[in-house]
Design a protein around this ligand. Sequence first.
Ligand code: ATP
Length: 319
Amino acid sequence: MIRLVGVGKTYEDGTVAVQELDLDVQRGELVVLVGPSGCGKSTTLKMINRLIEPTSGQIFIDGQDVTQADPVQLRRGIGYVIQQIGLFPHQKVIRNVMTVPLLYGESTATARERARELLDLVGLDAATYGDRYPHQLSGGQRQRVGVARALAANPPVLLMDEPFGAVDPVVRIRLQDEFLKIQRELGKSVVLVTHDIDEAVRMGDRVAVFETGGRLAQFGTPAQLLAHPADEYVEDFVGATRGLRRLTVTPIDPEHLEPLDGVSTGDLGSAIDVDATLEEALAAMLRDDKPLVGVRSGAQFVGVLTPAGIHRQLRASLK
Ligand SMILES: Nc1ncnc2c1ncn2[C@@H]1O[C@H](COP(=O)(O)OP(=O)(O)OP(=O)(O)O)[C@@H](O)[C@H]1O
């Protein structure tokens, strides 16, 4: 869907922001660019919608070279969400979201209907919030309006620059979860920039770890990065607690569960779903203060997990 081939950007003052970057984003995939401040993440994002022109290389969207595309036409097919969302302060929320459909020549009634649907989609009741002005919303609510507006054109591609940056950690996780749900429903191809490795690992189908100077240090699934950091830099960046993070990204493998036979009912706390992650399994054991946790598929018990079993599953997932 999106392909960067040998893309580089050197600013006029000689700053090398991005070097020789090769990157691809499949249709419906969410790719996260992560790295320390100034490593070239935003520059990369803005080259995709041509807010910044690359100094070398090529960028293709759906096989079309973006440098050959009309920038205005190009940006209409690409939603763009930034941290300072840039809502129009003197327009009501509903009007802010309607801007895009109106731009596309929809009637006011259709645009209003579409804006209502989108606000609902991002979890804002249009009747309650539609008639407010942006300053009458919380940071998290404003962020949602930004996402609704970016989705309004129904673009196949969405670029997001620190979209959840301005909100507190609890709201941030909720927004991340909600966005992942929307993303799965709508199947957009998304490139998301963050400096937060936890956000990267939670959200990315694949994660690109950047190093200062615009070098791509590693590109892979969260599980690959955490289990096999390519070099010391990535190892350091994913952190000493990467073992814990691996629990978050490793799903339960039903093949490696232990049988339920012989387990005393006293040892069994609540059961978790077979679609859960190892982190959720361990969390259930700790919460219930039990040495194991039951795993079910629908109403059916399929086995149990113990801490040793979690360790075995983590090891098996490396293979
Ligand atoms: N217009 C410009 N002229 C010169 N240098 C620039 C310009 N814009 C950005 N840079 C430099 O390019 C490098 C990459 O910047 P970029 O904004 O892409 O980084 P980033 O990884 O998104 O950082 P942050 O997480 O802090 O936003 C930085 O060293 C920055 O100072």
